[in-house]
Design a protein around this ligand. Structure first.
Ligand SMILES: Nc1cc(-c2ccc3ccn(Cc4ccccn4)c3c2)[nH]n1
Length: 242
């Protein structure tokens, strides 16, 4: 997968060199390039923003640098990338969207700042590539960079070979539509708190049932919306929720 990120703060994306994402890049699973939007400015002050038409607080990102950046990174003669624009007004980012993005050949992230990017940049881009505005949640950030870090981490871990134990992908939370069960490791007793006996029994059938019950119980307690979306439950699952 190829990923291009455009930002006026490219150093914000430095964590992408670390850990799993860094290894995915080193193994060629992910080709990632971060670009400074000011590369596509031509004035002495390298201006990327201007005052908003219609008045109001703050500044808006000018269309010209973005237009040239997208021309350079999504050339007409190549298959178009999917343009992702983090925004408070975007579609909510979910694990389902992470899976969708992990199947793309080329992702192009536009990180806005100030009060956002001139709308015409997105409108023009949409004439030649798929454009998705994406929100992390109902809170407001200073810009899109943090959202790109979150999105890229969730997408990269779905790429083939990135997670050592592929099984953990299947069992992870939000994969089955449930929150995960609690996890434990040694020592068996710690500050008066013991590991649930079942987990040390070696009975893998009962352990799987216990984990499913705990996942259902926690999801019902903390995210009833997720339980409602589960569809039909078998009698064991229903018993766990009683
Ligand atoms: N889930 C999200 C995404 C964002 C986000 C993403 C990109 C930008 C570019 C600028 N801002 C600041 C800003 C503040 C107020 C209204 C518009 N934009 C961003 C905020 N905040 N929360």
């Amino acid at each position: 997968m190829r990923v291009d990120v455009v930002s006026i703060f490219p150093e914000y994306l430095a964590p992408l060199d670390l850990s799993l994402i860094g290894r995915a890049r080193a193994r060629g699973v992910l080709q990632l390039a971060v670009h400074d939007l000011r590369t596509w400015t031509h004035d002495v002050h390298r201006t990327v923003d201007d005052t908003p038409y219609g008045g109001g607080p703050g500044m808006v990102m000018r269309p010209e640098p973005w237009g040239e950046a997208l021309d350079a990174l999504a050339p007409a003669q190549a298959p178009p990338p999917r343009l992702l624009v983090p925004s408070p007004a975007g579609a909510r980012f979910t694990q389902a969207m992470a899976h969708e993005l992990a199947a793309e050949e080329h992702l192009l992230f536009a990180c806005g700042r100030y009060e956002g990017i001139d709308q015409r940049v997105l409108d023009h881009a949409a004439t030649r590539m798929p454009v998705t505005e994406v929100s992390l949640g109902d809170y407001v950030l200073f810009g899109g960079e943090v959202a790109v870090l979150v999105i890229l981490e969730s997408v990269t871990r779905l790429l083939p070979g990135v997670l050592g134990n592929a099984g953990s992908l299947d069992e992870e939370s939000h994969a089955h539509g449930l929150l995960e069960a609690p996890v434990y490791t040694k020592p068996p007793s710690w500050r008066g708190h013991d590991v649930p006996e079942i987990l040390r029994s070696g009975d893998h059938g009962r352990i799987a049932r216990w984990r499913r019950d705990e996942a259902l119980r926690r999801t019902a307690e903390r995210r009833p919306d997720m339980v409602a979306a589960l569809g039909d439950l078998d009698r064991w699952d229903r018993a766990a929720l009683e």
